[in-house]
Design a protein around this ligand. Structure first.
Ligand code: KIV
Ligand code: ZN
Length: 525
C-alpha cells in the first residue's frame, strides 16, 4: 500500500531565519499563497512571540490561506503558546508547534535546567497547547545530540499529554544518514505509544546532509519532513523541499522508496523557488539541484547530442515536471497585459487584477525608456509594489548638488498622506555623499514630526544593476533597525540616487506603519 509523506514547509519560519532575509507580512502572505498552490500539507508561518511583524504575518496568513494547515512556533512557555494561539485565531486548520531542547549541552548551558524540569515543562506545554487546538506538534530540539533514552521518555510523556506530531530535529546538522535513520528507527521501536502520532524530522544542512538524512529518516519510519524552498534557513540552511519531493517522485524503481508519495503539485516547484528567491533576495546557486539555472542545461557536445536523440540519456527529470518554462520570453514595449501576466505567473507571482494594472502601467513606462524588459526588471517592479505597506510617505521632489570639490547637498520633499489628503515637507542637508545627504534630509523631516532624538540605524544598503545594458535600472534595498526589529525598503529607477531615496522612504514608511507610529505624526492635513 502506498504511504503518504507529509510536507511541512518552514520557509517562512526557519527559512526566514537565514542571514539577510527579512520579509514584510505582505510578502510572506504572497509566499504562503504560492505554497498553498504547491499543495504543501503544513505551512509554518512564523514564530509569533518573536516580533510584532511575525505575529502580524502569521495572523494575515491564517486569515487568508483556506485549505492548508497553518503552524505557529512557540517555546514551551505559556506566553509563547498563548501568542501563537492568538495569531492562529482565524486559521481554518491551526497547529501549535512547541519545543524544548533535550540534549544535555542545551539543558545545562542554555536552559540551565535539570532533565526532570525539561520533561515537566514539555508535558505542561503540550497540555496547555491542547487547550487551544487538537493539532499540537512537539519538537525535541537538538534531538540528534540528545541522550536517546531520555528523549524517548520525553516523547512518550508528551504523546500522553496530547501531542499529535513528534518532530526529531537535527538542529545543528551533525548526523550522517545511517546514524539519523537508526535514531528514527530506534524511536519507532522503543516509544510504546509512538503509533498515536505522526513521526516527523527536521534536518539542518551543516554537513551538507540535510536531504540525505531526511530520506534515510523516511525509510526508517518518518512520515512528515520539515523543509524549505531552495533549502534556505539558519546557517547552512534546512533540507530542500524540491529535492526531497523529487527524490520521492523519481525513485519509483527503488525498493525502499517506491511505496511513498507526496501530494505536491511539482509543476509549481520552479515558480515557488523563483518567488522565494526574489522576495528574500537569497540567490539560488546556478548548480542547485532541481531549481538552479543550470539544472537542465547541457553544455558538453556529447550530452547535447544525446538529449536531442532521447531526452532520458542525460535527464532524469523533465524540466516541465517541475514547472521550468520552456522559453525565456523577453518582453518589450509592444507586449500586452496578457503576456505580462503569463510571464509573472511563470515567475511565481499570481497577482490580483488591481495590482496587475499598477504593474502594467509601470512596465509600460519602463518600456518607453528601455528596449528590452528582462525578468529581473519585472521582478523588481512587482517586489517594489509588494514590499510597500499602505503608502503614507511619498517622494515628491529631490535635488542633488554634488561633484569634486563641493559639499554634497540634497533637498528632499516628501508628502505625508492620510485619508487621501496630503501635506508636503521639505528639508536640505549636507552629507558625505549625495545619498548620505538625502537620507539626512529625510531623517530631519521625520524626526521633527515624530519628536524623535535619533534616527533608526541604517544596517544595510545594497545597490545592484537589474539586468544588463547601459540603460539597466538600479535597485536599492535598505534595512533599518528600530526597537530591535528590522525593516526593509526597496526602490528602483534608472537613476540610482532616486532609487536610493525611494528605498529609504519606503523603509521609513514600513517602519511607521508596522510600529503604528503614524498616529504620532501630529499634523493637520
Ligand atoms: O532546528 C530546530 O531544532 C528547530 C526547531 C525549533 C524545530 O528549528
Ligand atoms: Zn531548524
Amino acid at each position: 500500500m502506498k504511504e503518504k509523506i507529509y510536507i511541512f514547509d518552514t520557509t517562512l519560519r526557519d527559512g526566514e531565519q537565514s542571514p539577510g532575509a527579512s520579509l514584510t507580512p505582505k510578502e510572506k502572505l504572497e509566499i504562503a499563497l504560492q505554497l498553498e498552490r504547491l499543495n504543501v500539507d503544513v505551512i509554518e508561518a512564523g514564530f509569533p512571540i518573536a516580533s510584532l511583524g511575525d505575529f502580524e504575518a502569521v495572523s494575515l496568513i491564517a486569515k487568508n490561506v483556506k485549505k492548508t494547515i497553518i503552524a505557529a512556533l512557540a517555546r514551551a512557555k505559556k506566553i509563547d503558546i498563548e501568542t501563537a494561539a492568538s495569531a492562529l485565531k482565524f486559521a481554518k486548520r491551526a497547529r501549535i508547534h512547541t519545543f524544548i531542547a533535550t540534549s544535555d549541552i542545551h539543558i545545562k548551558y542554555k536552559l540551565k535546567m535539570s532533565r526532570e524540569e525539561v520533561l515537566k515543562t514539555a508535558v505542561e506545554a503540550v497540555k496547555y497547547a491542547r487547550k487551544f487546538t487538537d493539532d499540537v506538534e512537539f519538537s525535541c530540539e537538538d534531538a540528534a545530540r540528545s541522550d536517546v533514552e531520555f528523549m524517548c521518555k520525553v516523547i512518550e510523556e508528551v504523546i500522553k499529554a496530547g501531542a499529535t506530531v513528534i518532530n526529531i530535529p537535527d538542529t545543528v546538522g551533525y548526523s550522517i544518514p545511517e546514524e539519523f535513520g537508526s535514531l528514527v528507527n530506534h524511536i519507532r521501536n522503543t516509544v510504546p505509544n509512538i503509533d498515536k502520532c505522526i513521526l516527523s524530522v527536521h534536518c539542518h544542512n551543516d554537513l551538507g546532509l540535510a536531504v540525505a538524512n531526511s530520506i534515510s529518516a523516511i525509510i526508517n519510519g518518518a512520515r512528515q519532513v520539515e523543509c524549505t524552498i531552495n533549502g534556505i534557513g539558519e546557517r547552512a540552511g534546512n533540507a530542500s523541499l524540491e529535492e526531497i519531493v523529487m527524490i520521492i517522485k523519481t525513485k519509483k524503481n527503488y525498493e525502499l522508496l517506491k511505496n511513498f508519495y507526496t501530494d505536491i503539485n511539482t509543476k509549481e516547484i520552479y515558480p515557488t523557488s523563483r518567488l522565494v528567491s526574489n522576495l528574500t533576495g537569497i540567490v539560488v546557486q546556478p548548480n542547485k539541484a532541481i531549481v538552479g539555472k543550470n539544472a537542465f542545461r547541457h553544455e558538453a557536445g556529447i550530452h547535447q547530442d544525446g538529449v536531442l536523440k532521447q531526452r532520458q540519456t542525460y535527464e532524469i527529470i523533465s524540466p516541465k515536471d517541475v514547472g521550468v518554462p520552456s522559453s525565456e520570453l523577453v518582453l518589450g514595449k509592444h507586449s500586452g497585459r496578457h503576456a505580462l501576466e503569463k510571464r509573472l505567473s511563470e515567475l511565481g507571482y499570481r497577482i490580483n487584477k488591481k495590482l496587475l494594472n499598477k504593474i502594467f502601467i509601470k512596465f509600460k513606462n519602463l518600456a518607453d525608456k528601455k528596449k528590452y524588459i528582462f525578468d529581473e526588471d519585472i521582478i523588481a517592479i512587482v517586489n517594489e509594489e509588494l514590499g510597500k505597506e499602505k503608502q503614507q510617505l511619498e517622494l515628491k521632489y529631490f535635488h542633488i548638488s554634488s561633484g569634486s570639490g563641493i559639499i554634497p547637498t540634497a533637498t528632499v520633499e516628501i508628502a505625508i498622506i492620510s485619508d487621501s489628503k496630503q501635506k508636503l515637507f521639505k528639508e536640505v542637508e549636507c552629507g558625505d555623499g549625495p545619498v548620505d545627504a538625502a537620507y539626512k534630509a529625510i531623517d530631519k523631516i521625520l524626526l521633527k514630526l515624530l519628536n524623535f532624538k535619533n534616527p533608526p540605524k541604517l544596517v544595510d544598503y545594497q545597490l545592484k544593476a537589474i539586468s544588463s545594458g547601459k540603460d539597466a535600472q538600479g535597485e536599492v534595498v535598505v534595512k533599518l533597525e528600530y526597537d530591535g526589529e528590522l525593516f526593509t525598503g526597496r526602490g528602483i529607477s534608472t537613476d540610482i540616487i532616486e532609487a536610493s531615496i525611494k528605498s529609504y522612504i519606503s523603509c521609513w514608511n514600513n517602519l511607521l506603519i508596522r510600529k503604528k507610529l503614524t498616529k504620532k505624526i501630529k499634523i493637520s492635513l
